[in-house]
Design a protein around this ligand. Structure first.
Ligand SMILES: *[C@@H]1O[C@H](CO)[C@@H](O)[C@H](O)[C@H]1NC(C)=O
Ligand SMILES: *[C@@H]1O[C@H](CO)[C@@H](O)[C@H](O)[C@H]1NC(C)=O
Ligand SMILES: *[C@@H]1O[C@H](CO)[C@@H](O)[C@H](O)[C@H]1NC(C)=O
Ligand SMILES: *[C@@H]1O[C@H](CO)[C@@H](O)[C@H](O)[C@H]1NC(C)=O
Ligand SMILES: *[C@@H]1O[C@H](CO)[C@@H](O)[C@H](O)[C@H]1NC(C)=O
Ligand SMILES: *[C@@H]1O[C@H](CO)[C@@H](O)[C@H](O)[C@H]1NC(C)=O
Length: 799
């Protein structure tokens, strides 16, 4: 027994070494054949393997590069994605003329490199995953990095000549419909490029390049993901992995569901998503085909509207077909059916505003091409008539409805399943369902979005032993028993789980306190990788470990330019700490209410950014997040005075575990709290709208409005109430000078009247006592963007 173990190990090591040396490169004149599956190229550090790849027992093979250690052998590059070769007699050779050639069983050339009549001497797979052809001097003549398929690896450049094209489906490697590319105006985009239509859906197609935070003025068109997990593009788009740091294997993939995702490889070979371009899957275009609607249930699924049915079960690309014949004769009587919170993006026949619902309906009735119209009742009413129904989606709180035009004899009732997700805002639009009511004919078919990364391959016995010993060595060397604790693996790889000792060191034993709020004190610190962080020590958390980390990991997944990013947490014994990015320029209150002075342009920017951040929390996050404590102290400013909202999600943290519901109910800060807190009404996102209103009024006025003053009739009232009363009177009396009177006198006339008026109007509507009269954050963002754009017309952007 004593002798056996070491000798077995020596044999294994010998096997391992001989395996390694025999397959590191392919020399001129030699080839790899499809029959011999052990005949592959591996990168020196074994991360990547290159050879013939197949799935299941189909007789289809692709010459590919894949991750050796990922459990499903994730492919990162393919030579012949649209034309697999036979499992017998196919081979790839480095011919004597210098070209690398893939041939099928009958000798036809399926694919070849452009290196004919060069001195290409060998093919090598580098540690980066790049398959290269080199000459004798080691110069690279050809590289797979220049011809990506659907994946970009770290240090692989995306350029004006390259793009990522998704696969067709989970086991279908052919070129699919979604593309990640540099557009003609130098902006990185995602486009659905389907058989009948194509349509850009990211970044937000309703916004200008500038509003999307991009630029079109850098024509170098280059983008790259670095070793740390940060992606940077020449159109100034950038993002970082949630688990940013060295030593993690990553890939950026254009997935076949139309989302662009960054993945990190877990220890056990599964993949974790560390960035996603679209938080809302239904914003991907083309996903449910023509007439189809993408619905959250809460998983995204496709469904057909009333009067329509699935065209081809199992294939949503084909969408839904009408169950009736549409004619243009006057004899066909039609009716309209409302689908609340639904829109079909694009294909507008006509746009009118202001428009009443009746007017809009008539417009659609009179135009034979009109299949439906979208009507939005914010302000004066917006009416869009549609000739084609494509890119349908349903979002809770989307402030518009689709009205489908159907022949009267088509049976269709309200699609109840579509309104089910509307949690908060009741629709104020009256329904105009004229049809008979019958069963809603649901045609929901599940799309499987989840990626199945099961262990699909049988690993040979030797490999298993290597795995086991490898793990053993790995864990012994680093001595991190906590990583092995059940359940903690997910979170530790997702963003960091820090140790208390580590944080003590980073903050120099909690020396520099930079702030203190209801939930605890905040300290500045510097991590080992030199990132500056803010460490928040939580006071009253009653939760057990599991609930705590489940909650923080949800918060950790939320990212938006206007929200402070969470990088990790620590939970040891009694200690509960959260680690955030460090925002340089202090909080808004210090700029507003002290000697520091903020100009109008910056103030407007802060108002808009804060609204965007809150709108994101309220409307975009699938998991509803109500902040509950919006106030200037929780709005941090970065170097460019871009606001970042702090402390979101914490309301939920302390709410769940506490014993007395009374205690947990009251949150927030006096002066910024909506009346419903005191009135014992249900708490909705409208409490944040109220607080936001107070904040923007304070920003206009430049003073706190949350204090108490003695009013005219000897009664105490808040500064806010008085302010609102005074302004309302002035507006009613049509005093032109009211703007000058309400604005911060320090501004010295340097402000945009139009913007001040808009902010004050929004502010006043936000602090309405009746919460149903308050606007939603989405509509506030919309109004502010319009107002920002108006002033841009006057003073064009000089960049
Ligand atoms: C092969 O194609 C790549 C990418 O288009 C190009 O950079 C390279 O110069 C070409 N090589 C030859 C020998 O033509
Ligand atoms: C354009 O982008 C590249 C890559 O990000 C950068 O190196 C270069 O400085 C940019 N050029 C200008 C004029 O901003
Ligand atoms: C539609 O018209 C086709 C032929 O024009 C006919 O076969 C079909 O039955 C009609 N469908 C309905 C629902 O009337
Ligand atoms: C759009 O509708 C208006 C009526 O509101 C009409 O005057 C105009 O001609 C229409 N435009 C188009 C392109 O159909
Ligand atoms: C792959 O897994 C083996 C065994 O499980 C391990 O020894 C090796 O270090 C891993 N390689 C990489 C590049 O992670
Ligand atoms: C691998 O580990 C991750 C967390 O690190 C976990 O979520 C996943 O379920 C594991 N997968 C398998 C196949 O064990």
């Amino acid at each position: 027994m004593k002798l056996q173990a070491p000798s077995l190990l020596t044999v294994l090591i010998f096997l391992f070494l001989s395996f390694q040396t025999s397959t590191s490169l392919l020399t001129r004149g030699s080839s790899l054949s499809v029959e011999d599956s052990s005949h592959v190229l591996t990168s020196p550090d074994k991360t990547f393997t290159c050879g013939f790849y197949s799935v299941g027992d189909e007789n289809a093979y692709w010459f590919s590069v894949w991750f050796t250690n990922s459990s499903d052998r994730t492919v990162v590059w393919m030579a012949n994605r649209d034309r697999p070769v036979n499992g017998q007699g196919s081979k790839v050779s480095l011919r004597r003329n210098g070209a690398m050639v893939l041939t099928d069983v009958d000798g036809t050339v399926i694919w070849m490199t452009n290196t004919t009549s060069t001195r290409a001497d060998r093919a090598e797979l580098l540690d980066s995953g790049n398959l290269v052809l080199k000459d004798l001097q080691g110069k690279i003549l050809w590289q797979s990095f220049d011809f990506p398929t659907d994946t970009l690896l770290p240090n692989q450049y995306l350029t004006k000549n390259t793009k990522l094209i998704s696969k067709l489906g989970s086991g279908n490697f052919g070129s699919g419909f979604y593309t990640f590319y540099f557009d003609n105006d130098n902006v990185l985009r995602l486009i659905y490029d389907g058989p009948d239509t194509s349509s850009v859906y990211w970044p937000n197609p309703d916004w200008t390049v500038f509003q999307n935070g991009r630029t079109k003025y850098n024509s170098s068109r280059i983008a790259v993901l670095d070793d740390m997990g940060s992606f940077l593009s020449s159109d100034i788009f950038q993002f970082s992995a949630i688990d940013m740091g060295f030593g993690i294997k990553r890939r950026l993939t254009m997935d076949y569901d139309g989302n662009l995702r960054l993945y990190s490889l877990n220890m056990n070979g599964s993949w974790m998503i560390s960035y996603e371009a679209l938080r809302q899957q239904c914003n991907v275009h083309g996903i449910c085909g023509k007439n189809g609607i993408c619905v959250y249930t809460p998983e995204p699924e496709c469904s057909c509207p009333p009067g329509y049915e699935v065209t081809e079960p199992g294939n949503w690309n084909k969408g839904c077909k009408p169950k009736f014949n549409r004619t243009c004769s006057n004899t066909q009587q039609v009716k309209f059916i409302e689908l609340p919170h639904v829109d079909y993006y694009g294909y507008d026949l006509n746009f009118s505003s202001p428009a009443s619902l009746d007017f809009c309906m008539k417009l659609c009735l009179d135009d034979c091409r009109c299949e439906a119209f979208s009507y939005r009742l914010t302000g004066e009413g917006f009416c869009f008539t549609k000739s084609v129904l494509f890119n349908g989606f349903n979002t809770p709180n989307f402030p518009a409805s689709i009205y489908l035009k159907l022949p009267v004899n088509v049976e269709a009732s309200e699609p109840t399943s579509l309104v089910g997700t509307d949690l908060v805002c009741p629709s104020s639009v009256t329904k105009v369902v004229i049809g008979t009511s019958s069963m809603y004919d649901t045609a929901i078919k599940r799309i499987r979005w989840a990626y199945l990364y099961g262990f699909a391959i049988a690993i040979g016995a030797i490999e298993v032993i290597f795995f086991v010993t490898g793990w053993w060595f790995l864990f012994r060397k680093h001595d991190v028993p906590s990583l092995l604790e059940d359940g903690y693996r997910v979170i530790s790889s997702q963003f960091r789980r820090f140790t208390y000792v580590e944080l003590k060191k980073a903050t120099k034993n909690f020396k520099e306190e930079v702030g203190r709020g209801g939930s605890g004190a905040v300290y500045k610190g510097v991590l080992e990788d030199e990132r500056e962080v803010a460490v928040k020590r939580l006071g009253d958390i009653y939760q057990g470990e599991e609930v705590f980390w489940a909650e923080v990991s949800t918060i950790g997944k939320i990212y938006h330019m206007n929200l402070v990013r969470m990088w990790g947490f620590c939970s040891e014994d009694k200690h509960r700490l959260l680690i955030y990015e460090y925002v340089k320029n202090q909080s808004l209150d210090r700029h507003l209410f002290s000697s520091d002075f903020l100009g109008w342009k910056e103030r407007f920017k802060v108002a808009l950014g804060t609204a965007k951040g809150l709108a994101y929390l309220h409307h975009e996050c699938l998991e509803w997040v109500i902040h509950c404590d919006v106030k200037p102290e929780n709005i941090l400013l970065d170097n460019e005075f871009e606001p970042k909202i702090a402390d979101f999600g914490l309301a939920k943290l302390s709410q769940r575990g506490s014993k007395s519901s009374e205690f947990s109910r009251i949150r927030g800060t006096k002066g910024y709290m909506a009346p419903e807190w005191a009135l014992n009404l249900p708490i909705t996102a409208k409490v944040d709208v109220y607080s936001y209103g107070v904040v923007i009024l304070e920003m206009v006025k430049g003073i706190r409005l949350s204090g108490w003053v003695v009013g005219d009739g000897d009664e105490e009232e808040t500064e806010l109430k008085r302010f609102v009363r005074v302004v309302k009177t002035k507006i009613q009396c049509e005093e032109d000078s009211w703007i000058e009177d309400v604005v911060d006198p320090r501004m010295n006339g340097k402000f945009s009247k139009n913007q001040v008026a808009t902010l004050v109007r929004i502010g006043i509507s936000c602090v309405e006592g009746d919460r149903s009269k308050r606007p939603t954050m989405d509509s506030i963002v919309q109004s502010l963007l319009e107002c920002e754009a108006e002033s841009e017309v006057v003073r064009p952007d000089k960049r």
